[in-house]
Design a protein around this ligand. Sequence first.
Ligand SMILES: C[S@@+](CC[C@H](N)C(=O)[O-])C[C@H]1O[C@@H](n2cnc3c(N)ncnc32)[C@H](O)[C@@H]1O
Length: 330
Amino acid sequence: MLQPENILCREDKNCKDSNDRFFADVLDGLQSIPKTLESKYFYDEKGDVLFQQIMGMPEYYLTRCELDIFKNQTRLLNGYIAADNSPFDLIELGAGDATKSSYLLKNLVETDTDFTYMPIDISGNILSVLNKRLTAEIPGLDIITLEGEYFDMLEQATHISARRKVLMFLGGNIGNMEKDEALSFCMKLREYLNPGDILLIGFDLKKHPQTILDAYNDKQGITAAFNLNLLTRINRELGANFDIQDFEHYQNYDPLTGACRSYLVSLKKQTVIIDDKVINFEKDEAIYMEVSQKFSKNDIAMMAEESGFYIGGAAYDNKGWFTDSIWIAK
Ligand SMILES: C[S@@+](CC[C@H](N)C(=O)[O-])C[C@H]1O[C@@H](n2cnc3c(N)ncnc32)[C@H](O)[C@@H]1O
C-alpha cells in the first residue's frame, strides 16, 4: 500500500511554471473585454478556508444536498461503481477536502473493495489536509494524491495504473464552466476512459431563483470575501496593488439560462499595476469572476449523450435539488 507521504509534489521548476501561468492568465483576463479572472485561482490557503466556510453557510444548500446523497445513498452509489467487482482507480477531480466522497471511500474499504483513491487538486494545501485526515480516518485506504491541473494529473493517473477508471467530479464543479466549455470538458474526460468506465458527476438542478441567488449572495459577506481574496492573492503573488476596499462583489441569477454569475465591481475610476503592466478600471466596471450553471434533467441527458456517455443511474437528495449522475462511457 502507498504511504501518505506519496504526494506527487511540484518540483521547483513546475512551481515557477505555475506562477508564470498564473501571471499570464491574470494579465490575459484583465486585458480582455469584458475583464475576467479564472475561478480556479480562488483556492489559495485563505481561499480554501473561505470555501469551507461557504460550504457551512445555511444558504449554501449545495454541499448539504450532495452530502445527503453520499451519506444516505452510499450503497446505491457503490453498487454502480463497484458493480462488476473488478479492481479500479477512483479518481476525484478537484477533490477539495473530500468531505462527501469520504463516506463512499469508507464504505468501499469496509466492503473490501479493491481500489486506489486518487484525488486531484490544484491546491497542494488542501491535498495535504485531505491526505492527513483520510489516512487517519480510513485505515487501509490506498491513496495517491495528485497535485496539479485536472488533465495533467489525469494523464499521470493513466500512467500509474491501467485498471478500469471511475472518475468523480462533484460539488456541481461542472457548473463552473460555460456550457460549451462543459461539453468539451466531458468529451475530453471521455478520451481518458475505456468503454464501460464511469464518470460520477454532480449537477445542481434548476430551482426557485431566489434560493439559488441566496446561496451565492450571503448576508455575512463570506462569498464576497472569497471573491475579493483573489485580488489579495494577485497582490501577494504577482506584486499587484489592488486596493480591495475599492471593489465590491455583485451576483445575479438568470432563471431562463440557469446561469448564476459573480462579478467584482470597481467602485471608482482607478489604475492597478501588476508587475509593470497598467490596468485601467472605469467606475462601475465589472470583472467577471465565475458562473455557477444550473441544469434541468434534460440538459444533463443531452450533455451525457453528446460527450460519448449513456446514463447508467442517478441519485438525488431528499429535496430533489441536486443530483449525482452515473455516466457510463460508450
Ligand atoms: C469548489 S471546490 C469543490 C471540492 C469538492 N469536490 C466538493 O465538492 O466539495 C473545487 C476544488 O477544485 C479544485 N480545482 C479547481 N480548478 C481546478 C483545476 N483546474 N485543476 C485541479 N483542481 C482544480 C480547487 O482547488 C478546489 O479544491
